[in-house]
Design a protein. Sequence first.
Length: 318
Amino acid sequence: MKSALISDEEEMLLHYMQNNTQSIDNKKSSANTTEQQDALQKKQDILKQEVINTTDSEPEVDGMLDNPDLAHKQLYQNQSAINTTVKVSERVFMSSLLKHTGIALAIIIPLAAFSAYAATPEQTVTAAKNMNNTEDQTTEINIDPKNIIHKSATKPTTVDSVDLDKYAGTWYEIGRLPMYFQRNCASDVTANYTEKTDGSGIIVTNKCLDKDGSQIVAEGLAKPADATGSKLKVTFLPTWIRWLPIGRADYWVLARDTDYQTALVGTPDKDYLWLLARSPNVTQQTYAKYRQIAQDQGYNLKEFTLTPHANQTVNLIP
């Protein structure tokens, strides 16, 4: 029933506006649906491409797009496979790198150590003798056994302390256990210890003569392993490779006299041993005392060899 408050024209206009508004709402709803469908299609296309990109061959993915959970599961599996492949490749690469680095070091280090003992230009025996000629060479050292400091032990044990300033200088090798890097040293073996001015260590200069009279020189670096000074770490690697945490030998002072005229030096594994003195001449009594200390600390002296020197006046009995 028409309201008495509005005319026929007003009622028609009102119906028109209501119908027009509904049409606009329908169009908006249709547009929104189209946009949603387009957005969904884009997501499906992206998901499809991701699945395709994570496998070696294009799979049948159209069907799984109807089930997003299945598509995401396939994508996760493919990505996991890729990650596993990458990790395996990284492990293979690192393994190969470590292997080749180890091979390189195995070649470089022995060569470097060998080069440290490479012979210098030949000198005559006479020239080498004159170079080492000092009054100390003819001095016969006789140490009272009471003045030899050592520990009563059944294994290699260092003295309580070593004054490295007093230990510095030239020492003559009285005898040694065989050592590979000294295999060409036939006589006149000496070792000189000089503290570096910057306090970074002690320069070790070893010299000897081979059987042909040529001089062999090796220079290394020693550093105290602790505050006592009785344990040193010594390397004869070339300076350019000394930064490596390898090639450092233990050098333990096992016994010495109070005046630093004699010393017994060895390695804790009992493979190497040296008897040193400030002169190439020590008495039989002094030699016998140090030999007994070495035996008590577990060193096998069956192959211990006395070292001949040009100015040696004392013939020791092994």
